[in-house]
Design a protein around this ligand. Structure first.
Ligand code: GYE
Length: 322
């Protein structure tokens, strides 16, 4: 088709305007359709997260297409492509790992479908391929874990030997929880990470790797820092099986503050859990509605979180929602 300059400009303006028009793709009265590419169901946290998104979608009258990635990035990429083909209004992605999303996110952008990241972030060349990240400050969580440790052990003498159970390799919370923790313990040479390995955010892997740590380091271990509570809970079992007392012989630090961690703390087997809220559903629905209406979202919609040491576990337990 031939176009003179004027028609071309008019067409471009119309196209630009159209993409900003409220309700485009989600035309007035039409139900908003969201595709959600979840990582899987690796932890208590993740189960609560899925539940939160599903129930918030229901409450908001949104049609949610749910895909369980089963811990495989290729499954998540396939799900996103299917959502694009189905012309959903918004895609929510919980990216398993940070890299490898460039192509598929470009495809979503080309199809004019906003992508909102939740619970984990990505590293892509073109940041305009995603609309917002809804989730926690994982570096700060790592710092909080380390600050608790420094404070809790300030009256002890000698080296403090730490073993670390990392989350899924290449995932944003694993990278950042490691980084924040190291940043703080580096300020005192007594604190040493003697072993660090991934437990893939699961109980079974947490237990297995802790067994190996115990075999290699034995009684030398003073502290376990696990990037999530599930791995800490798995490791607690391993510690008990060797005849040591988790929470006493080995201090146990977790992240998430799920109910399982509160139970372990109330039993005296875990010392602290740094909170990371999975209840992102309501914020996600609000953001998705805005994105579908062509609004620009903040780059980061942050969640507010605290730290729960063993001493407050019994009092706080009845208030916990996940
Ligand atoms: O801490 C962990 C999970 O991405 C923040 O993923 C999330 C993490 C969470 O499986 O338990």
């Amino acid at each position: 088709m031939q176009m003179n300059k004027r028609t071309l400009v008019a067409t471009l303006l119309a196209a630009a305007g159209a993409s900003l028009l409220p309700g485009l793709g989600a035309a007035a009265g039409k139900r908003l359709v969201i595709g959600f590419a979840q990582t899987g169901a690796e932890s208590e946290w993740r189960t609560a997260n899925t539940e939160s998104v599903k129930s918030a979608a229901k409450a908001a009258g949104v049609e949610l297409k749910f895909s369980d990635g089963q811990q495989k990035q290729e499954n998540q990429i396939k799900a996103i492509r299917a959502f694009i083909a189905q012309k959903v209004d918004v895609i929510i992605l919980a990216p398993l790992v940070t890299t490898g999303w460039d192509t598929v996110l470009k495809e979503a952008k080309a199809a004019k479908i906003p992508v909102i990241l939740e619970s984990r972030n990505v590293e892509v060349k073109d940041p305009t391929t995603w609309a917002s990240f809804v989730g926690s400050d994982f570096v700060e969580e790592g710092r909080r874990a380390a600050r608790w440790l420094l404070d809790h052990t300030k009256d002890t003498q000698g080296d403090v030997n730490i073993v670390e159970l990392q989350g899924t390799v290449g995932s944003d919370p694993a990278n950042d929880r490691k980084k924040g923790f190291e940043e703080v313990i580096r300020t005192n040479p007594r604190y040493k990470v003697v072993r660090s390995q991934t437990g893939d955010f699961t109980r079974s892997k947490g237990k297995e790797v802790m067994e190996a740590f115990l075999k290699a380091e034995g009684k030398k271990i003073n502290v376990l820092y696990a990037h999530n509570d599930d791995m800490a809970i798995g490791a607690i079992q391993a510690i008990e099986e060797t005849g040591l007392k988790p929470g006493k012989d080995i201090l146990v630090i977790g992240v998430d503050a799920v109910k399982g961690a509160f139970e372990a703390m109330m039993a005296g087997k875990m010392n602290v859990s740094v909170e990371c809220s999975p209840l992102l559903g309501p914020q996600l629905m609000e953001a998705a509605k805005k994105a579908a209406a062509g609004e620009t979202l903040p780059r980061w919609i942050k969640t507010n979180e605290g730290v729960f040491p063993q001493e407050v576990a019994a009092k706080e337990f009845p208030n916990r929602k996940y």
